[in-house]
Design a protein around this ligand. Structure first.
Ligand code: ATP
Ligand code: MG
Length: 361
């Protein structure tokens, strides 16, 4: 009996700067994987030209009916958004955050793998055993967009602006259950919750209360609550103590950049913006931004984007293929085929080709 091939429809949005280079790399790796699957699965791509250049031409970051165009895809594979010619809050809210919020991608999963052959600034005895996942609340918190400028009239030079953070019991509970479910399936069954609840006494105290309540349902998982300043130190000083780290939108954003830098480079970090209910497509993207300083020169590290493709494979129910992809990344770094950000001289294309070659090794 033969089974029909499973075809996954993916919307590619390379967007800006190195986003274009690393999305091309990830697509090449996924296409190689599909070609090798003897027809078991296939990827059907559609590429969207949205981003800052599109904005300069049309006055909008994505088509007005863009969400409609995306909503029936199995996943979105995203590059990076932002370019010096467009204010960051316009480019970010006009494309990436618009997709995240409209498609209710409330869980942002950011694994930090330490790779063989990549020197970590931590220099622990065996850095490659360090393995964390930062789980970021992706729908509310400090990025809820609440507040305003020109509030109150204190005269010239006296403008008042307010930026509020939104915390809901439902929002806190779902991201915590997500984190606990993830921790339950890991060797190191632990969830660390991060806040600044000593100084921010409303939303973050609600977060702490919900964390305690949810933790009671997971007696098999070890827990701790740590303030974000102390957690920043812990990432550096006691990294072996961490497994799953759950935090609000802003805190997790900062901690995951710290985590990926500790693994060796921002260019290594993968992420998934998930709509766990699968009502809408989820979005897979490297953690890094558009890196205008290196864009267009073949210098970008494609590993964050390729790792994000592996997270997409897991989402498609292809965990063996995801593992195979991650092994190929490790095989590539282990023999010293590295881009400049991690101390090598290889180009984006060299690393991509090495990962593809390693798939069948
Ligand atoms: P964003 O606001 O979108 O997060 P950012 O301003 O924080 O972006 P990035 O664009 O991520 O900044 O770049 C930060 C630094 O990391 C830059 O020096 C950049 O060159 C480097 N960097 C980012 N991505 C990569 C990559 N894929 N490969 C190599 N270096 C990278
Ligand atoms: Mg950043």
């Amino acid at each position: 009996m033969t089974t029909a091939p499973r075809t996954f429809r993916i919307a590619a949005i390379p967007a800006d700067g190195v986003g274009k280079e690393v999305v091309a790399a990830g697509r090449a790796v996924l296409d190689a994987l599909a070609e090798d699957s003897a027809g078991a699965f296939a990827f059907e791509w559609r590429e969207f030209p949205w981003g800052c250049e599109y904005y300069e031409r049309t006055g909008t970051m994505m088509d007005e009916d863009g969400l409609d165009q995306l909503k029936d895809f199995d996943a979105i594979y995203f590059g990076a958004v932002g370019w010096p010619t467009v204010p960051d809050h316009i480019s970010l809210w006009g494309l990436r955050l618009k997709i995240c919020q409209s498609f209710d991608q409330w869980a942002n999963v950011r694994p930090v793998h330490f790779l063989p052959g990549v020197v970590s600034p931590l220099r622990k005895a065996d850095d490659t055993e360090l393995d964390w996942v930062v789980v970021r609340e992706n729908s509310e918190g400090e990025y809820a967009g609440l507040g305003g400028r020109n509030l109150g009239g204190r005269g010239p030079g006296g403008e008042v602006a307010v930026q509020s953070a939104l915390f809901t019991e439902v929002g806190c509970e779902r991201i915590m259950r997500f984190a606990f479910d993830l921790a339950r399936n890991r060797a190191h069954k632990k969830v660390s919750s991060v806040t600044k609840s000593n100084a921010q006494q409303y939303g973050m105290v609600l977060w702490d209360d919900v964390f305690k309540r949810v933790a009671a349902d997971y007696p098999d998982v070890e827990t701790e609550s740590v303030l974000v300043d102390a957690m920043s130190a812990k990432f550096v000083l006691k990294p072996e103590d961490l497994s799953v780290v759950v935090a609000s939108n802003l805190n997790a954003d900062i901690l995951s950049d710290l985590g990926s830098a500790l693994a060796g480079s921002l260019g290594l970090a993968a992420s998934a913006n998930l709509n766990p209910e699968r009502r809408y497509p989820s979005m897979f993207e490297p953690v890094h931004g558009s890196a205008p300083d290196i864009a267009g020169h073949g210098l970008a590290n494609p590993i964050g984007a390729v790792g994000s493709a592996a997270l997409m494979l897991e989402h498609f129910g292809l965990p063996d293929q995801a593992a195979r992809l991650n092994k190929s990344i490790e095989a590539t770094t282990a023999v010293g085929i590295l881009t400049r950000d991690v101390g090598g001289t290889a180009s984006t294309e060299d690393v991509t080709k090495a990962i593809i070659d390693a798939l069948n090794a």
